[in-house]
Write a protein that binds this ligand. Structure first.
Ligand code: MRU
Length: 342
């Protein structure tokens, strides 16, 4: 099944609970905006594109529950959903798209149809990202990835892992180093699970091993996803991405970002202005509910960091592989997509 699926008969959104993987395969059924907002906040559904599409489905639920003031009710729902996770711009992008549709005359059924289109588009976009990324992956490459930018972080197929899937399917004989990704362990729990199911050879490493494997020339390229890309090409992604990019630069290893055009935010000039989500310190002091630090210890938990554009060898999108100067290449790609939609 896809990461998220809507049942048009029951009007429910079913999500694969990503807080329980890989130990348990459990589904969460959402019936209201609050249910979906809770699932996004608690990271039962996570990854920028997946939370965007989940939010679009939540807007369909809001439209169905509306007592008459459809636009007012959708705006209220968008406020609740938009506040759940501040860094991933795909969330606001999806909400704005539904609101624009609603303002041009809509009902619950048409909002649902739009959410379904967005889900299908996401899969098609990821496949295109995979196809463009394929050219950057040499035969027999050792690829390093961080967090989970796979099928689980999208509706299906994935962005960074879309590139990995495409390379594996084409018989390139690749192997993937999967960063554990402290503190939420998306790499150890989710990327390993997903790649194992796809039959992609992998080795799980802790985040602090990346430099060692680069120094030993075991890594040929790095590919990660993104939560928001500023107009100048600075990239916000899971905490730990920046350190990887600096390490890759030191070892002359190409560092690629795979993301849909909807992750590019031209209204933000540089990474300094990207809002960084602060999550609970309990996710650092505890692992899966078990405490690993003394009681009362202060812990910081910025969930994302910003990688300056100068470390990014290319941004792989559904419109092709974009390179520096990013101010120009990103603006051109966004404009091309806007023209298609218009
Ligand atoms: O906090 P998460 O797990 O939602 O963070 C996910 C990431 O950082 C991904 O790399 C990003 O959202 C891209 S997913 C295709």
């Amino acid at each position: 099944m896809r990461t998220l699926e809507f049942d048009p008969n029951a009007w429910t959104l079913t999500l694969l609970d990503q807080t329980r993987l890989p130990r348990e395969t459990i589904f969460v059924v959402c019936r209201s905006v609050e249910d979906v907002a809770h699932a996004i906040r608690s990271m039962q559904v996570r990854g920028a594109p997946a939370i965007g599409v989940a939010a679009a489905y939540a807007m369909a639920l809001a439209a169905r529950a509306s007592s008459g003031d459809l636009i007012g009710d959708l705006e209220k729902a968008a406020d609740v959903l938009g506040a759940t996770r501040p860094t991933a711009v795909n969330l606001q992008w999806a909400l704005d798209r539904v609101l624009a549709h609603a303002r041009s005359g809509a009902n619950a059924a048409s909002v649902l149809a739009l959410a379904n289109d967005m889900a299908d588009e996401d899969v098609a976009v990821n496949r295109r990202i995979g196809a463009f990324g394929l050219d950057l992956v040499p035969e027999g490459a050792n690829v390093l990835t961080h967090c989970n930018a796979g099928a689980l972080a999208t509706v299906d197929y994935g962005t960074a892992l879309g590139v990995v899937r495409a390379a594996h399917a084409s018989g390139r004989g690749i192997h993937v180093y999967v960063d554990e990704t402290r503190p939420f362990l998306q790499g150890a729990r989710l990327t390993t699970w997903e790649l194992q199911q796809a039959g992609v050879p992998l080795t799980l490493i802790t985040d602090n091993m990346a430099g060692h494997f680069m120094y030993r020339r075991k890594v040929d390229l790095v590919v990660v996803g993104a939560d928001r890309i500023a107009a100048n090409g600075d990239v916000a992604n899971k905490i730990g991405t920046y350190s990887l990019a600096v390490l890759a630069h030191e070892h002359a290893i190409p560092f690629y970002v795979a993301a849909p055009i909807s992750t590019i935010d031209l209204s933000i000039p540089s990474g300094h202005a990207i809002p960084i989500e602060e999550r609970s310190s309990g996710e650092v002091t505890h692992i899966q509910g078990v405490t690993i630090a003394p009681e009362g210890v202060e812990a910081a938990h910025p969930a994302f960091d910003v990688t300056p554009a100068r470390y990014v060898a290319a941004i792989i999108t559904e419109r092709g592989v974009l390179r520096a100067p990013y101010t120009e290449s990103l603006a051109k790609a966004v404009q091309a997509v806007d023209q298609l939609v218009a």
